[in-house]
Design a binder for this molecule. Structure first.
Ligand SMILES: [Zn+2]
Length: 117
């Protein structure tokens, strides 16, 4: 059986298991607990459904651009590895994919409002 990793409901970072007695922490930081609370309040004020999230236009555009770059890198890699690829082809494909994945990983999508879980 694999151990379930607890994740912060705000940023999805792993939350360490409690070392002592008491209720286990739900958030990785106190500030994330506060931001989650504020996002939930705004969602309620805006009438967001439980499965809805509100993000800024800039964040949405940025996220879409990064996903597009990742898709393009994957398509390039698939093309480069099509016919009898060499070790050099694999290395270049990996580098291209790694760079695109790193840019995507570095991005933090942050909700303004978050529907109830
Ligand atoms: Zn967090």
């Amino acid at each position: 059986m694999t151990k379930q990793i607890r994740r912060c409901p705000w940023c999805a970072a792993p939350v360490p298991d409690p070392s002592g007695p008491g209720r286990p922490r739900r958030f990785c930081k106190r500030s994330h607990r506060q931001r989650h609370y504020e996002a939930r309040r705004l969602a309620a004020a805006q009438g967001l459904a439980p499965d809805e999230v509100l993000i800024s236009r800039a964040q949405f555009d940025e996220w879409r651009d990064r996903i597009y770059l990742l898709e393009a890198a994957l398509e390039d890699a698939e093309q480069d590895l099509g016919d009898a690829p060499t070790l050099r082809d694999y290395t270049e494909a990996f580098q291209t994919l790694y760079e695109a994945a790193s840019r995507t990983r570095a991005f933090r999508l942050e909700a303004r409002a978050l529907g109830a879980e």
